[in-house]
Design a protein around this ligand. Structure first.
Ligand code: HEC
Length: 100
């Protein structure tokens, strides 16, 4: 019993230490899912919409409106529903920080 509790505590500490870095990587994974259509790091080919360098608040509002079905869309309704509002905020922050 005592042994397994130590194990557990060790695991929790380790997870906390890795947490910050894991979160950065997680945002990159989410952002990579957008790259097919919006370009690597949100820098789109001509004809598609670039996300890189868009204002964070503006981008987040568009994503939340897609999710709520308030903004007309072909594909973004379905895609935005796959993320929590908090995740969308992190994704918007990521793309806003990319160079145009
Ligand atoms: C399959 C292609 C595709 C993928 C993948 C995709 N998008 Fe889109 N995105 C679109 C299209 C097309 C539009 C235009 C609205 C519509 O028709 O849905 C759009 C519009 C947007 C807009 C509004 C841009 C503007 O200025 O009007 C934002 C913000 C956005 N996408 C963010 C994202 C994010 C974040 C992801 C990844 C989680 C993502 N998109 C993944 C195709 C895609």
């Amino acid at each position: 019993m005592g042994k397994s509790i130590k194990w557990l505590a060790g695991g929790v500490l380790c997870a906390a230490a890795l947490g910050a870095q894991a979160q950065v990587n997680q945002v990159r994974v989410w952002a990579a899912a957008c790259a097919n259509c919006h370009g690597t790091d949100g820098r789109a080919e001509p004809g598609a919409i670039s996300l890189a360098g868009q204002g964070k608040d503006d981008m987040l509002q568009k994503l939340l409106d897609f999710k709520a079905g308030k903004r007309p869309a072909t594909i973004m309704h379905q895609l935005s529903k796959g993320y929590t509002d908090e995740q969308l905020a992190q994704i918007a922050t990521y793309f806003a920080a990319q160079k145009k």
